[in-house]
Design a protein around this ligand. Structure first.
Ligand code: AMP
Length: 180
């Protein structure tokens, strides 16, 4: 059993994105893994954790005390860890996870995945990092990064440290080290 950490949005409520989050939670649970998430019960974060539990999965939510109200703390989590800071939240999420999946998200999601991605690239950890480029959501970012590679700002090795995939099954295969 592995701990799979998922980064995703805390804002949109479009059915399509909630379904993607739910499918991810379900797949993690059905594979027998533990979901590690930001411990919020809003938007994609909420759909992800609820769906993992509905499919019989174990969920660990990690949320800073200051965000408990704003992100509606996931009090139904099997373990809800309340931290005193955002840094502590991220440290615990990173430490407890064996692999990472990034779904569509905003600046919070981007901040999280960039830190995990660059940490892997710099050799600070060896855990797999998947970017689920659902329906091209991340194409503009990936195009920009390719452009930066062409100009020497980003190395090919850095780009290779994150696996860009386009469906939940592929993301889980990347993030679950016991399969890859
Ligand atoms: P967003 O993608 O902006 O909707 O945010 C998704 C999640 O990222 C939310 O749970 C935010 O609390 C979280 N987040 C925002 N900023 C940070 C940060 N600096 N470090 C870790 N998580 C963050």
């Amino acid at each position: 059993m592995s701990g799979i950490c998922v980064y995703c949005a805390s804002g949109p409520v479009d059915e399509e994105y909630l379904e993607l989050a739910a499918a991810t939670g379900r797949a993690i649970a059905e594979a027998g893994h533990t979901l590690i998430s930001g411990g919020g019960n809003v938007s994609m974060m909420g759909a992800l954790a609820r769906s993992a539990r509905s499919a019989g999965g174990y969920t660990i939510g990690i949320i800073p005390e200051a965000l408990m109200r704003r992100e509606v703390a996931d009090v139904d989590a099997d373990e809800l860890i309340v931290t005193t800071s955002m840094r502590e939240r991220k440290r615990l999420m990173d430490e407890m996870a064996d692999g990472f999946i990034t779904l569509p998200g905003g600046i919070g999601t981007l901040e999280e995945v960039f830190e995990t991605w660059t940490g892997g690239y710099l050799g600070l950890h060896t855990k797999p990092v998947a970017l689920l480029n659902y329906r091209g959501f991340y194409d503009p970012l990936l195009d920009w990064l390719q452009n930066l590679q062409g100009r020497g700002f980003v190395s090919a090795a850095a780009l290779a440290r994150i696996a860009v995939v386009d469906d939940v099954g592929a993301a889980l295969s990347v993030a679950n080290p016991s399969v890859t």
